[in-house]
Design a protein around this ligand. Sequence first.
Ligand code: 2AM
Length: 219
Amino acid sequence: PALEKEIIPLYFGWFVTKRDEDALRKTSQDFLEQLGNFKPFKKRLQAYGYEDKHKLDLLKYFGKTPNILHCTTKYCDYGKVTGSEEYAQQEAVKKGYSKAYTLHLTALFVTPRTAGARVELTEEQLSLWPLDAEKEVMPKDAFPRGSRAHITLGTATEVQDVQTGIDLLEFIKLQQAGGEREDMGEICGGRIHYYENGMWMLTLPRKIELKTIFSGYYG
Ligand code: 2AM
């Protein structure tokens, strides 16, 4: 009997399955280690609050890491966020719930605030993506749908993880503006670009595939 109201989670998203999660944490550590030791990075540390040429341990700097690596689709705060009930009721969301999806990562990035991975969504996955996801955090700009899709890998002290998607949109905004990035060479087998204000992005030589489950987090 449907006596009880459905519970709306803290957020909906794709949750990376255990084996791929372990591999992704390793990839992330390797990236942060290599970037921290990368000469051009060491020469540009001011945005991180350090003197240039200092050795910055990025693993420590991004010491806050999520318990479960995931790509948030909709933050609901148990229903307090506007539109969360409507989102939960959507046909695509109900149908996709607890189903397996393969996500594709195309890039890894760091800023003085966050470390994250860019997620490229398929058409099917976009059916679970809220229409206003980009507008919600950057109302003044126009982005292709799904631009904010990401996995938070770590955040600096005092930084909330919601910042990772905002930082990613900042990269995309600079890409859209054109010419705002500098090719700094190769690390982890891919090209690494420097944008501005301590923003670095590694284009992955091959897309990383991740097995995930679409679900809600209720903790
Ligand atoms: P993330 O998706 O960038 O990692 C719980 O707070 C989860 O919801 C986190 O994973 C967080 O960031 C995500 N999230 C997305 N939008 C949010 C918002 N507007 N406020 C708080 N958390 C948000």
